[in-house]
Write a protein that binds this ligand. Structure first.
Ligand code: MLT
Length: 248
C-alpha cells in the first residue's frame, strides 16, 4: 500500500491524481457538511467553483428544485439558501433536495481531484468507515487535505494522519505501508497531536478553528470533532457526491 498526501489545494498538478483513490479532507467544514447533508437525505451534492456557476446550475435544474449552499470567508453567500455550518443541513431542510455547493477550499479540492480513479469524502465524522474501505484498496491512496487558501490547515493534516495511523495499525506491519514524505509528516503530526487530548480540543487550536469561533461558530468545531458520528462512505461520481452502498 502506498499513501501520498497534499497539504492544500493548488499544490499538485491535477494529472497526479490519475489512477489513484483520493480522499478529500476538509474537516472545517466542507467535508463534514457534505457528509451531514447526505446522511440527512440529500441525494446529491454538486461541488462547483464559483457562486455564479451555482446560480446558473440552479436555474438549469429549476431554482426551487435545489438548494444552494456554501461560503465565502466562512459566511453564507448572498442569494444562497444555506451557509457552511453542518447544523443548517438537518433532515427537514435537505431530505430529497439536490445541493449545489461552493466553498473556498473544500469544493475546490473535489474539482481539482476530478481526474482521479475514485474520490471519497473524509472527515472525523466518518473516519472509521473510510479506513475500513481503504484497508482493502489496491490503488495508491492520496489524502488530499483541502487546507486554507493554498496553505496547510492543521485539522485536515490531523485527520489525514489519523487515517494513516489506522491503516498502518490494520496492516500490522509498518513496512508494508509506503509513505511519501508529506504522508509521513501527517502521520507524525497525528501521533503528536493525538496525545494532547480529544479531537475537538485540537480543532480549537487551529487557525481556522479560531476564526470560526471568532464568528460565533464554535459549535461547528464541537460537531466536526465527533469521531464516527456518521459512519457513511460518500464518493464523487459524474460530478455529484453521493452515498456509497452499505456493502462498499
Ligand atoms: C472551505 O471549503 O473553505 C471551508 O469549508 C471553509 C468553512 O466554511 O469553514
Amino acid at each position: 500500500m502506498r499513501i501520498d498526501l497534499a497539504f492544500a489545494t493548488g499544490e499538485r498538478d491535477p494529472a497526479e491524481f490519475a489512477g489513484k483513490t483520493v480522499v478529500v479532507i476538509d474537516v472545517l467544514r466542507a467535508s463534514s457538511t457534505i457528509l451531514t447533508a447526505l446522511a440527512n437525505g440529500c441525494p446529491e451534492v454538486i461541488p462547483v467553483a464559483e457562486p455564479k456557476e451555482a446560480f446558473a446550475l440552479a436555474e438549469k435544474y429549476g431554482r426551487d428544485q435545489v438548494l444552494l449552499g456554501g461560503e465565502r470567508e466562512a459566511r453564507k453567500i448572498r442569494g444562497f439558501d444555506l451557509g457552511n455550518s453542518p447544523d443548517e443541513y438537518g433532515k427537514e431542510v435537505v431530505a430529497g433536495k439536490k445541493l449545489i455547493f461552493t466553498t473556498t477550499n473544500g469544493a475546490k479540492a473535489f474539482l481539482e481531484a476530478a481526474g482521479a480513479a475514485e474520490i471519497l469524502v473524509g472527515a472525523f465524522l466518518n473516519i472509521s468507515r473510510v479506513c475500513s474501505y481503504l484497508k482493502k484498496e489496491e490503488r495508491e491512496i492520496f489524502l488530499f487535505c483541502a487546507g486554507r487558501k493554498g496553505r496547510l490547515a492543521l485539522e485536515d493534516l490531523f485527520c489525514a494522519g489519523m487515517i494513516i495511523d489506522n491503516l498502518i495499525f490494520a496492516a500490522k506491519d509498518e513496512s508494508v505501508v509506503e509513505l511519501t514524505d508529506p504522508a509521513r509528516a501527517g502521520m507524525l503530526a497525528y501521533r503528536q497531536i493525538a496525545g494532547m487530548g480529544p479531537v475537538v480540543v485540537a480543532l480549537t487550536q487551529t487557525d481556522h478553528g479560531r476564526y470560526l469561533a471568532s464568528l460565533g461558530m464554535a459549535s461547528d468545531l464541537r460537531y466536526c470533532g465527533q469521531v464516527d458520528l456518521l459512519p457513511v462512505l460518500a464518493r464523487l461520481e459524474a460530478g455529484g457526491i453521493i452515498l456509497a452502498a452499505e456493502e462498499d
